[in-house]
Design a protein around this ligand. Structure first.
Ligand SMILES: Cc1ncc(COP(=O)(O)O)c(C=O)c1O
Length: 349
């Protein structure tokens, strides 16, 4: 990539990024599409979407960029088996399975019961079907809120794999580990800066889902390091704002520590909204259902019920409150296979 080096900070971030182990798994750069009908309906001067649902590998999504750094590390350590934990309809575990297979590795997935009252369809279709087609060994974990416990259990599975002579690599869930996944979004920020440069236009505000914070933290860190003027707004999909703000704050510092550079993100850069989160992770509300229909019926843009529909519902709230002349970009982070784990009634259809 060759965006103009605008500052010593940009140069040192690029140098550090390019030294990290990385396995190329996805298609990039992902396209930017315009959403003219929705922009008009929302009273925006412009609305575009960065199509990170089109990163290529096994139905794509944001986690492909993150996995390039985790699995790059796994390859550097000569691992032969990848272990990961996530919700039953997790996109991350599906893509870890695909990434592992594309590098000739074995894959163990632990599925956590994180979303209450789900149907047989939820437990069998969508991402679960893909996990099985990819030949993952599935384990289950009863508690979806116990990140450290879920990681500990993965550690036990890894121990037994070692006893069988395998060389396992764990992708951890709980905070407190090097944020390798976030580096994928520092790279995405560099890609976006090139795209803004060649189109001669930068939107005022970029809106995306904020869950583990690797995507939000990485993108925010990268855009600030590369001198971008856009505001970045994270929409809570997993936990309320009070818990998400410190998570993104520490993610950004962890990225700086990992890359060995100064942290370009200050507290005032961290914008987080949780007004469309209720009733909780993986559970829709009227605003989410309306966002799915509006995006599909005005722009043929398909959103998923867990992440991107909530993020788009958050964008719709922000757009309706925005000053005249505001332009926005939505980051479509993927997740569409999860649609097929929910019955039509769930969408009000
Ligand atoms: C489709 C999709 N969008 C957004 C996110 C949130 O990304 P992050 O966990 O990096 O905050 C996820 C996380 O699993 C996801 O699968």
């Amino acid at each position: 990539m060759n965006i103009p080096v605008t500052s010593p900070m940009a140069a040192s971030v690029s140098d550090a990024l390019d030294r990290m182990p990385r396995a190329r798994l996805g298609h990039a750069p992902t396209p930017i599409d315009s959403m003219p009908r929705m922009a008009e309906e929302l009273g925006l001067a412009g609305l575009t979407v960065k199509r990170d649902d089109c990163t290529g590998l096994a139905f794509g999504g944001n986690k492909v960029r993150q996995l390039e750094f985790y699995l790059g590390n796994a390859v550097a350590q000569n691992a032969d088996t990848v272990l990961i934990t996530g919700a039953v309809q997790s996109n991350f575990v599906r893509l870890a399975a695909a990434g592992a297979r594309s590098l000739g590795m074995d894959i163990h997935i632990q599925l956590e019961e994180r979303v209450p009252n789900q149907t047989a369809l939820y437990h069998e279709s969508g991402n679960v079907l893909l996990d099985k087609i990819l030949g993952a060994t599935l384990h289950s974990y009863p508690d979806g809120e116990d990140e450290s416990g879920a990681d500990r259990r993965l550690g036990e599975i890894a121990d037994s794999l070692r006893q069988e002579g395998k060389s396992p690599y764990i992708i951890p869930l709980a905070p407190g580990h090097a944020p390798l996944g976030a580096l994928g979004y520092v790279v995405a920020a560099r890609e976006l800066m090139e795209q803004f440069d060649s189109q001669g236009f930068t939107p005022d505000e970029i809106v995306l889902a904020s869950g583990s914070g690797h995507t939000h933290g990485g993108l925010l860190f990268g855009l600030k390091a590369y001198g971008c003027t856009a505001t970045v707004s994270g929409i809570c999909v997993r936990r309320p704002r009070d818990a998400q703000v410190p998570r993104i704050t520490s993610r950004c510092q962890e990225i700086a520590d990992l890359l060995g550079v100064a942290n370009p993100v200050s507290d005032t850069d961290i914008n987080i909204y949780d007004d469309v989160l209720a009733p909780g992770y993986g559970q829709m509300n009227d605003a989410t259902r309306a966002a799915i229909k509006m995006s599909a019926q005005s722009e043929a843009l398909i959103l998923d019920p867990v992440y991107t529909a909530k993020a788009m519902a958050g964008l719709i709230v922000r757009a309706r409150e925005a000053a005249p002349g505001t332009s926005m970009m939505f980051i479509h982070t993927g997740g569409t296979p999860a649609l097929f784990g929910y019955a039509p009634e769930y969408f009000g259809l």
